[in-house]
Design a protein around this ligand. Structure first.
Ligand SMILES: Nc1nc2c(ncn2[C@@H]2O[C@H](COP(=O)(O)OP(=O)(O)OP(=O)(O)O)[C@@H](O)[C@H]2O)c(=O)[nH]1
Ligand SMILES: [Mg+2]
Length: 267
């Protein structure tokens, strides 16, 4: 089935248009060491055969200790602004960021969670259904790096095993000298490998690596969404096998889900 998706609302801004697969920060701790979109994904995009991918929101959750700079990172990316004053996040907040990737509209829903212990149970209710988990720590505070392991564990518990891309992000890069940064990075890369996460160092203050980081997040999530959609549609297609197996359009779960949705009056 071909779809001709037209983006909803105004066109995406030029700096949200991604045509080439963005590169990793360091090859030592990266999720994929390749420089192009998957062949099947490129073909699907050229034919505009990406199913419902362009109409869905992919969920990204940002976690980590209080004061590490989660809100600042998201604000730098979404609003291109930086606030020196600390305003603790209460519970959760989110931003929707629209992209155009390989010609296909794509959106991330970026959830900003509170690092303060007293809000943890509110925030953790939003971990479920994440396609991307970003665990953030402050490059100038090693304790916050140690705590990322626990944050990740909490988030993974709410999601299907192997279903999320994990990123480990060191913030406030501007506060460290080159040599000091390298030292912390070496430790962070080691932990990232253990977590099976991709590592990035960023600064919300100067904006260093912020756009490149979110472009990478969006592209990996987009590629996975397209591949999953292709897979889902190919297994749902009418199949007449060697024996007398006949599978009908739409998987059983899909049919049940659409029934549920109509009972609930969803569109
Ligand atoms: N120098 C510098 N300061 C930063 C950077 N990012 C954040 N900050 C400062 O660090 C403080 C905390 O930043 P927030 O973004 O509010 O931290 P948070 O992780 O969202 O904190 P909670 O919402 O309490 O979990 C603020 O005073 C920011 O201005 C950065 O890249 N460089
Ligand atoms: Mg915050």
């Amino acid at each position: 089935m071909r779809s001709s998706l037209t983006p909803l609302g105004p066109p995406v801004s030029r700096d949200r248009i991604i045509t080439c697969f963005p590169k990793w920060y360091t090859p030592e701790a990266c999720l994929q060491l390749k420089e192009h979109f998957h062949g099947q994904v490129s073909v699907a995009c050229q034919r505009r055969n990406t199913g419902t991918v362009g109409l869905r929101l992919s969920k990204v959750v940002v976690l980590g200790d209080l004061y590490v700079g989660k809100t600042s990172l998201i604000h730098r990316f979404c609003k291109n602004a930086f606030d020196r004053d600390y305003k603790a996040t209460i519970g959760v907040d989110f931003e929707i960021e629209r992209f155009e990737i390989a010609g296909i509209p794509y959106s991330l829903q970026i959830w900003d969670t509170a690092g303060q212990e007293k809000f943890k149970c509110i925030a953790s209710a939003y971990y479920r259904g994440a396609q991307v988990i970003i665990t953030a720590f402050d490059l100038s505070d090693m304790q916050t790096l140690e705590h990322t392991r626990q944050w990740l564990e909490d988030a993974l518990r709410e999601n299907e095993p192997g279903s999320c891309f994990v990123f480990l992000v060191g913030t406030k890069k501007d506060l460290l000298s080159g040599a000091a940064c390298e030292q912390v990075e070496a430790e962070a890369v080691r932990l990232a490998k253990e977590m099976q996460a991709e590592y990035w160092s960023v600064s919300a203050k100067t904006g260093e690596n912020v756009k490149a980081f979110f472009s990478r997040v969006a592209s990996l999530a987009f590629e996975q969404s397209v591949l999953q959609d292709l897979e889902r549609r190919s297994s749902a297609r009418l199949q007449v096998g060697d024996g007398d197996l006949i599978r009908m359009e739409g998987s059983p779960t899909e049919t049940q889900e659409s029934k549920k949705a109509s009972i609930l009056g969803c569109c």
